[in-house]
Design a protein around this ligand. Structure first.
Ligand code: ACO
Length: 339
């Protein structure tokens, strides 16, 4: 689905926040756990270390820290939030939703709340969804969080996957901005025929947890890395170009690309396709690995807080993930609320 966000209130990000757990797991640590080495991981993925949640931290705990910072940055009070969307595949539990838990913790009494499942594309699905509610006038402030505690569903004996993932949370407060600013276009996509390439096969209604599951570890992440890689390279470039075209922009207009952080080689391919110089790309995969739905909002928050992203900048956010899913958005950055 592709859309241009014209007609209705312009919607932007009024503030961002992020949180990563304290515990660092380095490639050297992983060398002691599985048959791998720092050189392989860095050359194939660009990842040097990742964060791991403490035993008593669940998705809502990480989400809460990121949300508080985003609220603070935006100047919006929790009680004024109209809607909370949490994008995650590692919710605290199946139900209640992590967004419900977060709503209570934040004291966002009037907010509606739901979780959204689109794996690594979840944050873009969340931004697109939240924007609709503000654009059509139903709501004014929407909190969108991307959060994952992937360390809980990684098979720590599978070197093909365990070196790739990390835990973290990123948040954004959506609200009305001046015309011409905020989101200019979105693209969302799905190709369910690739569902088997990346999945957590057990733990749902198809295959509830039993002894066999625990033995074959099908409640953990399974991935066909090579096929996901090919898909990712294709859609990252296509989706980025599509949202630019839809917004009436060209590659030359892009000030910052904020891509999903799965693998530096996938990011490189998108950078080459768009002909960008590296100072226009936000990269933190080296520090955090792939945090799925949290990768894009954490990268965005870091680039906003260190002053790289400024009012008036043209941003392209783009991600892909299990499903298969993908999403992209083009925006003209401004955190100034339209009163
Ligand atoms: N250490 C050492 N060797 C390893 C490791 C490791 N950690 N992992 C795999 N290998 C070995 C493999 O066993 C294979 O050995 P073989 O040739 O003897 O069989 C060899 O390295 C090469 O494996 P490839 O799969 O060809 O390696 P590739 O260059 O494709 O890189 C990678 C693998 C990094 C997984 C890559 O395919 C990739 O990044 N794919 C995309 C994954 C991705 O983006 N996932 C995010 C999905 S988002 C979401 O929704 C969660």
């Amino acid at each position: 689905m592709m859309m241009k966000t014209n007609g209705g209130q312009s919607v932007g990000i009024l503030g961002t926040g992020s949180y990563v757990p304290e515990k660092v797991l380095t490639n050297q640590d992983l060398e002691k756990m599985v048959d791998t080495n720092d050189e392989w991981i860095v050359s194939r993925t660009g990842i040097k270390e990742r964060r791991i949640a403490a035993d008593d931290q669940a998705a809502s705990d990480l989400a809460y820290e990121a949300a508080l910072k985003a609220l603070d940055a935006s100047g919006v009070a929790a009680e004024d939030l109209d809607l909370i969307i949490v994008a995650t595949v590692t919710e605290d539990m199946s139900f209640p939703s992590t967004s419900n838990l977060l709503q209570d913790r934040l004291g966002a009494k009037k907010a509606a709340a739901f979780d959204l499942s689109a794996a690594c594309s979840g944050f873009l699905y969340g931004l697109t969804t939240g924007t609709q509610f503000i654009q059509n006038g139903m709501y004014r402030y929407v909190l969108v969080v991307g959060v994952e505690v992937l360390s809980r569903i990684v098979n720590w004996e599978d070197r093909n996957t365990c070196v790739l993932f990390g835990d973290g949370a990123g948040a954004a407060i959506l609200g009305p901005v001046e015309d011409g600013y905020g989101f200019l276009s979105f693209e969302l996509g799905s190709d369910g025929s690739g569902g088997d390439l990346l999945k957590q096969a057990a733990g749902g209604s198809r295959r509830p947890i039993d002894e066999k599951v625990l033995e074959d570890k099908s409640h953990c992440i399974y991935m066909n890395g090579r096929e996901v890689f090919k898909f990712a390279v294709r859609v990252m470039g296509n989706a980025s170009e599509n949202v630019l075209e839809k917004a009436g922009l060209t590659k030359e207009d892009v000030d910052f690309l904020v891509p999903h952080q799965a693998n530096i080689r996938i990011i490189d391919s998108a950078v080459n396709r768009l002909g960008l110089s590296y100072d226009k790309v936000v990269v933190n995969v080296n520090k955090y690995g792939n945090m799925s739905s949290a990768s894009i909002p954490v990268a965005l928050d870091e680039a906003v807080r260190d002053g790289r992203i400024q009012d008036g900048d043209i941003l392209v956010l783009v991600g892909f993930g299990a499903g298969l899913t993908w999403g992209a958005g083009a925006m003209k950055w401004s955190t100034k609320e339209k009163k």
